[in-house]
Design a protein around this ligand. Structure first.
Ligand code: ADP
Ligand code: ZN
Ligand code: ZN
Length: 666
């Protein structure tokens, strides 16, 4: 019997702690269980990661109690969380805390007894049957199945245009895994976890499906986790965190829309689910399938280099044509008119024709609110956020000004706060304004709007989509929420109000984002019998991301983009680590960032370092932020070095330091 336990705690300390195991607990303690341990005069929850006969220090304290009857963490999960700790700059305990449901984190076990019966009910769907695969699909499935049967880890990049039948390949791959006694994890972006998506899986596999996403109540989340752990659900469909689902016989992992940035967690532990999936598939000797119509540059690069196996689906299932895309140069539109207009004549005509023909249109703008800034015509004053270097966005429905970064909310002024004049102007453009302008131009159209303002209430998301599907609305205005895989056969027109919103973000991935978004929204046009049309309004009609999206040409986009990545030395050619230094005082933050940069340079003179430079939005929630960017070929080596530097760095009081490995936003 072990005399000591090695315990990880969910605190930002890069080490584990030894505790002695009292006689009365020696029977019940085991690796993977949670325990209460004394820590700085408090009792906190810890995770037993090892048992040993000797302690690392002399005076160890004793474990207070063992929480679990059954381990909550398997051997595999311990390995995986350790990998997360090594790669994403967090402590082992923090990584573990991320993989178990919030409901049991606080140290309670019997949460199951408090569940209401309604929590148990999963919807029932009519059974659906597999399609006979077309040739490209068959070939894709065959490769994957081979890896499943051979129990080999391989990563496949399934590059297929929208409606080329990727999901059907996933479904049949999962089916094969289930029949050979295995289990599957299927990740989809949070925003795509709609009832329609869940229905596709549930109607094929029935009760075997567990669904995990952030809108579930803690109790329901725990219940799904338990069903998976007990082997009652064999397929996990979920967002990012579902990659940690406690399945025991993993036979395949699938990530749909693998390019989505929502697979990156923006809080500790800042892991990327795609990379965790690769590690997990490796640990389980099973294939990983990454699917996308617009793969990330990282994945496509690896596939071209032979690190991943590339599989292509080049044809749409029903041979439907891709929509015709028109690019409208808004600079020309402006020159030819006196008043600044939101919509070009091309777009207005297209909407008119669509509505007259009894069809539907989607109008896309990736910015919510009414006016994006409020400005005094007399003195030039712009209403800004109190806590951030951002301008406040006017929301017409609530008559409020809101900061889109920190949610600071204030009343819209009638007179200028600075010069007291009443020449207040509302400028710029969000989805609310698009909706109102559309209703001016088309008074008889039935318009619905979908963005995070209109979908804040439970059920509103489904209601809006339902209204559009049944024809209660024939014009849908929205943010990127409308860009995802909804199938609306009557939509023949997609209008993009401004392609420049995402293109102008100060981020080396801005072009990639724009290409992805345009391709995706464009894919919504012409899903039914009638061919589709897309109108893209832009101030930069010559940009390769826009031109390539208009031609549905991924390879063209890739070849342009990869050149600039290589030239500027960005991923996939190196790994990035972003170190952010924050403080309430600007000077203090800048100074400390400089000192940290020097310490890193001293530790490794070869390290490529950019900055410190002010974050694109310098002040956020009252903190001034400076970024240091590190570039390196080897992520692990870079993390190890940075850990060493930070451990010996004398961080002044009032300074916060955050480390983001492979950041998806600058
Ligand atoms: P993707 O995931 O690439 O967008 P889907 O798998 O959703 O494509 O397929 C698009 C549509 O075609 C779906 O309605 C699907 O049911 C149907 N489909 C897929 N494969 C086949 C097939 N082999 N035969 C007939 N219909 C198919
Ligand atoms: Zn703010
Ligand atoms: Zn003024």
């Amino acid at each position: 019997m072990a005399a000591f336990a090695e315990v990880a705690v969910s605190l930002p300390m890069d080490r584990t702690f030894h505790y002695s195991v009292p006689q009365n607990l020696s029977e019940t303690i085991s690796v993977g269980k949670r325990v209460f341990v004394p820590f700085l005069n408090r009792a906190i929850v810890g995770y037993v990661v090892g048992l040993c006969d000797e302690a690392d220090v002399k005076n160890v304290k004793a474990i207070i109690s063992v929480i679990d009857r059954e381990p909550v963490l398997t051997e595999e999960m311990l390995k995986l969380t350790r990998w997360v700790k090594d790669n994403y700059f967090c402590s082992w305990g923090e990584a573990i805390a991320a993989v178990i449901p919030a409901g049991i984190k606080k140290g309670k076990e019997a949460i199951g007894s408090r569940l209401k019966s309604a929590d148990y009910e999963n919807e029932k769907f009519p059974q659906s049957t597999p399609h006979d695969l077309v040739e490209e699909q068959s070939r894709a499935l065959k490769s994957v199945i081979e890896s499943v049967d051979k129990h080999e880890h391989k990563t496949y990049l399934l590059h297929g245009i929208t409606s080329s039948g990727k999901t059907e390949v996933y479904l049949q791959a999962i089916d094969h895994v289930l029949k050979s006694g295995g289990q599957a994890i299927m990740l989809v972006p949070e925003i795509s976890l709609t009832p329609q998506t869940i229905e596709r899986f549930s109607s094929r596999f029935g009760d075997h499906v567990a669904v995990i996403h952030s809108r579930l109540t803690a109790a329901k989340k725990f219940l799904e986790w338990k069903r998976i752990k007990d082997g009652k659900a064999n397929i996990v469909v979920g967002a990012r965190s579902a990659i940690f689902a406690p399945v025991k016989k993993l036979g395949v992992v699938i990530i749909d829309e693998e390019h989505e940035t929502s697979y990156k967690q923006d809080d500790v532990p800042r892991y990327h689910a795609r990379d965790v999936a690769e590690e997990r598939a490796r640990l389980n000797n099973c294939p990983l399938i990454l699917g996308s119509a617009t793969p990330s540059l990282e994945s496509y690069y690896k596939a071209k280099a032979g690190v991943y196996r590339m599989i292509k689906l080049t044809k749409r299932i029903d041979e439907r044509l891709l929509p015709k895309v028109k690019i409208v140069d808004m600079r020309m539109e402006l020159a030819s008119r006196r008043r600044i207009e939101v919509f070009s004549k091309v777009l207005l005509d297209a909407v008119a024709n669509t509505l007259t023909a009894g069809k539907q249109a989607m109008i896309f703008l990736n910015r919510r609110g009414f006016s994006t800034f409020v400005n005094c015509k007399k003195c030039g004053f712009v209403v800004k956020c109190k806590r951030c270097d951002t301008v406040l966005v006017y929301h017409f429905e609530t008559k409020k000004l809101i900061c889109h970064y920190c949610n600071y909310t204030t009343n819209a002024p009638d007179i200028c706060p600075s010069c007291k004049s009443s020449y207040i102007k509302y400028l710029g453009l969000g989805t609310e304004k698009v909706e109102s302008e559309m209703s001016h131009s088309f008074p008889h159209a039935k318009i619905a709007r979908m963005d995070s303002d209109t979908t804040a209430k439970r059920g509103s998301h489904d209601r809006i989509l339902g209204d559009f599907k049944t024809g209660k609305a024939n014009l849908l205005v929205g943010t990127q929420m409308i860009a995802k895989g909804h199938d609306f056969p009557l939509v023949t027109l997609v209008g993009v109000v401004s392609a420049d919103v995402s293109l102008n973000i100060p981020d080396f991935r801005a072009s990639e984002r724009t290409f992805n978004l345009l391709t995706q929204v464009g894919g919504r046009a012409g899903r039914g019998e009638d061919g589709g049309e897309v109108v893209i309004q832009t101030d930069t009609p010559g940009h390769y991301a826009i031109l390539a999206a208009a031609k549905h040409d991924y390879d063209k986009f890739y070849s342009e983009e990869i050149k600039s990545r290589k030239e500027l030395l960005y991923p996939p050619f190196i790994n990035l680590v972003k170190v952010t230094v924050r403080a309430r005082n600007d000077q203090f933050a800048a100074q400390t960032a400089m000192e940290l940069q020097e310490a890193i340079k001293l530790a490794d003179p070869e390290m490529l370092i950019a900055g410190p430079s002010p974050a694109p939005i310098l002040r956020m929630r009252g903190y001034y932020r400076y970024n240091i960017m590190l570039k390196h070929k080897d992520r692990l080596a870079m993390c190890a070095l940075l850990k060493k530097v930070l451990n010996s760095f004398r961080k002044p009081h009032g300074i916060l330091i955050a480390v983001d490995v492979d950041p998806v936003a600058m």
